[in-house]
Every structure is written in structure tokens, then in C-alpha cells.
Design a protein around this ligand. Sequence first.
Ligand code: LP5
Ligand code: MN
Length: 249
Amino acid sequence: MTSDRAGDDEAILFLSDLHLCEARPDTTGAFLAFLGGPASCAARIYILGDLFEYWAGDDDESPFTLLIATSLGALARSGVRVLFMAGNRDFLLGASYAERAGIERLDDPHLLSVGGEQLLLSHGDQLCTDDTAYQAFRSQVRDLTWQQGFLAQPLSARRKLVEDIRERSESEKSRKPSQIMDVNASAVDRLLREYAYPTLIHGHTHRPARHEHVVDGRRCSRIVLPDWHDTARYLEWSCGTLADREYIP
Ligand code: LP5
Ligand code: MN
């Protein structure tokens, strides 16, 4: 767990699940415009995972990944802090790409104190505990020894393996009951209790909503961020409130 405190007057943007890739030029265009637009007016932006469709290693230095790094780097150099939490698609994004892009990497979860509020940030996949096949897969690929073995393979072999797993994931998802791919209510309650009843902000499920959880008699909000597949949507903290925003370039 990492934690941080923001100044009361800071404007902060939260976004996740952009799934950037060359095959989605409209989303890439919207993201680049967003970096030059609303993000440039904020004090910091939090990207809560799945910035990329997938990340096979920092040695993927394609013009596409370099363009995103250059654009994030320009924002960071202008004084906007860019904070990144890994998702299940891009947990292999490492120190070298982070440095190139001027982004600060966070643990999952991350606790942010601002304006007297506690905001607990997470990608959200760890809360989907009913999806036991996914959680087993997750434990395997988050193992550092496994990751070293994976990263030791040539980039082309890694890309092929990820694409095979993507195919298998899509086929398994089509057979899973929808509710097991959402967060588990008890897992959410445990997390809220552990972090002293904050507001939880997460992505991953692509089911944007605001939920209320009452844990030990305490009322906590859980805000689920939208993906960027059709529109550029994010959450904005400003003057003590969290507002849903949509950016049309
Ligand atoms: O991402 P999303 O939302 O579509 O689906 C997720 C779960 N799927 C995944 C897999 C990713 O989409 C693809 C991999 C990302 C690349 C990471 C790069 C480095 C790792 C390289 C791996 C070789 O996360 C999906 C959930 C869904 O969220 C909802 O929560 O259901 O989970 C699955 O579909 C997983 C399957 O149920 C189990 C997959 C078993 C694959 C076993 C392959 C064995 C190969 C050995 C290597 C570990
Ligand atoms: Mn995800």
C-alpha cells in the first residue's frame, strides 16, 4: 500500500481502462487531446490501470508506445503529476517506461487524503474474488519469478503468448456468469474496513456506477470508473466534490 496527501485546492482527475492500442486510433486521439486539454489544467491525474490494451515489457519501443510516453512526459514536465497504478493488462509496465513517460507508479491499493476525505484507489480486479479461474491466473502471473522467466523471452514470443491468452480470456469470459466478473461485496466490505471506511474508486469491471456500502454502520461510497471505448470519461475532484466528466475533443 502507498499513500499520499493532496492540497485542498488541487484539481485531480481519475481515469482507467483506456486500453490504448494502435488498433483504436480514436481512443488514442481522444487521450492525446485530453492530455493537452483537461489534464493540463489539473494538478495531478491518476490512471488506475489498463492504460494499455496489454503491456508485454518495457522493451516494446514501438512508435505507438513512444508517442504515449512523449505525450505523458510533456504533461509531467509542465508540472502536472501523473500517477499510474497497474491493471491486469499492464502490470508489467516497469521503471524504465515509467521514467521515460514521467509517471510515478503506485501500489494497489493507494490511499489519497484530500480535503479531509480519504480516497482509496484500486484497479479493482483483486475484488473479483468469485472469478476463481481469473484469481488463479492472476497469482501465477504476479509471481516475480514467473515474470522474470516471461520477460527473458523474445518480445515477439511474449506478444504471441499474450495474444493467445487474450483469446482464451475472451472465450472463458463469454461462458462465465456476468455476476462473477463483478466485485464481491464481502471483499469490498473487508477492504473498506481495513482502510477505515474511505471512498473507494476503482475500474476494471467497465460497469460505471456509484454504490453505497454500509460497513459496521458506516456509509462508504464506491465509485466505478468508466472505460474509454466509446467516450473519454473520467472523475474530477475539485473543491471537495467528485464529479463525472466527459471530454469531447
Ligand atoms: O482483461 P479483461 O477485463 O478482458 O479480462 C480480465 C481477465 N483476463 C485477463 C487476461 C488478460 O485479458 C490478458 C493478459 C494481459 C497481458 C498481461 C501481460 C503479461 C502476462 C502474460 C501472460 C502470458 O486478465 C478475465 C476476467 C475478467 O478480467 C473479469 O474480471 O474474467 O480472466 C480470465 O478470463 C482468465 C481465465 O479465466 C483464465 C485464463 C487462463 C489462461 C491460462 C494460460 C496458461 C498460460 C501460462 C501462463 C500463466
Ligand atoms: Mn482490468
